[in-house]
Design a protein around this ligand. Sequence first.
Ligand SMILES: [Zn+2]
Length: 169
Amino acid sequence: MIRKIKKKVFSFEFDNYGSIVYLIDEGKEKIIIDTSSSENKELLQESLIEANINPEDITIIILTHNHWDHTGNIDLFKNAKIYGDKKDFPEDYEDIDTLNFSEIEVIKTPGHTKGSFCILYDKILFSGDVLFHRGYVGRTDFPESSPKDMGKSLEKIGKLDFDFLCPGH
Ligand SMILES: [Zn+2]
């Protein structure tokens, strides 16, 4: 299902398990936040066609953290530079700290994983698996989790100024 969140921001949701995929369409720069699970590959492809988006026009992929249900369809976007936190992706991809896009603010929010972060864009908070709707928070029972860090991260998010929450699920 494709939804328009705000001018230039769209979400793609699927019935199969996997993260929501978000698109920020800044004209020349087209940014995807998380890519869902590979089970949703075909549906994601179809949705992009429906939204008139050519996967080859995507210039940036941002991975909020390294879980398979967010990273499954990177291969669809052949021309995109992929960004993640080095704590989650020590060997692969560009360091999110080097993302140079003035409208996007990266907020480090470890806890669910060591390298989890949120993205603030146009008063929309893309919260990955840190914070969900109705105050639900991400799991912290993975080996890569830290409940203590999660507490601090949620406190940090509480101080941010945003109008929309766009969680990973
Ligand atoms: Zn996750």
